[in-house]
Design a protein around this ligand. Structure first.
Ligand SMILES: *Cc1c(COP(=O)(O)O)cnc(C)c1O
Length: 227
């Protein structure tokens, strides 16, 4: 496992995906998902040039933040239980799985004075029962309601595509999320600039980039999934 080598391969693949879709490579950010790996591997990723770290569970999230704070931006990418909000709210920079008002309420309550909490609203574009997130039908009303929580800033939408053998089959889900992002963004709500798209993982990130991802979340292909 050589993180530097993995990163340069991923950068190469992303550059090609950007060229195919007429995008600027600098418009896409890589989040290294370190949930399966150690602090040392996380530090290695930062050393290799990674500037965004993603964790999905409280324990790992705190441990990685303690060890690497100030060296990267931190993304909480998993479902966050309301009772755990207080432990990460002042440490993490982005929250990718806002999917209920009760969570927004708790974030508002725990938000440090003057801070804006950058959130992605998670959408279940595939409609699979196993997936978290709002349905497409619920999305707009939900985002509108978030204006009652002034600490929250909706920076974008996030989704997890279904796992499929051929990554090409994820394309319609990414296209759908982009369409929804445009719809929210074009409402010009001051609490919801909604410019970003958090989509694409190890198996499907090049398709996600072609379809407009601005944050891809890559674990296995970048830092591995065990040590
Ligand atoms: C684990 C995880 C990823 C990364 O998955 P890989 O397939 O290892 O790249 C991305 N997003 C979320 C929300 C995750 O939980």
């Amino acid at each position: 496992m050589d993180v530097t080598n993995n990163l340069s391969q991923i950068n190469h693949t992303m550059k090609q995906a950007c060229e195919r879709s007429n995008r600027e490579r600098t418009d896409v950010n890589i989040i290294a998902v370190t949930k399966y790996v150690s602090i040392n591997r996380t530090l290695e990723a930062i050393e290799a040039g990674v500037t965004h770290i993603g964790e999905n569970r409280l324990e790992g999230a705190l441990e990685k933040w303690e060890a690497c704070q100030n060296q990267a931006a931190f993304h909480f990418i998993g479902t966050l239980q309301s009772k755990k909000v207080k432990h990460v709210i002042d440490k993490y920079d982005y929250f990718h799985s806002l999917d209920r008002l009760s969570l927004a309420k708790e974030m508002q309550k725990r938000c440090p004075e003057g801070k804006k909490i950058k959130c992605f609203v998670q959408v279940n574009v595939s409609g699979e029962d196993s997936k978290e997130g709002l349905s497409e039908e619920e999305l707009i009303d939900f985002v509108v309601s978030l204006k009652n929580y002034p600490a929250i800033e909706v920076v974008g939408l996030m989704t997890m595509a279904p796992f499929v053998e051929d990554p090409e089959n994820t394309r319609p889900f990414f296209q759908r999320l982009r369409y929804l992002r445009d719809e929210v963004r074009d409402k010009n709500m001051s609490h919801a600039p909604c410019e970003h798209l958090s989509m694409g993982m190890s198996n499907d990130y090049s398709i996600a980039v072609e379809e407009g991802a601005t944050f891809v979340r890559i674990g296995t292909q970048l830092v591995g999934n065990r040590e």
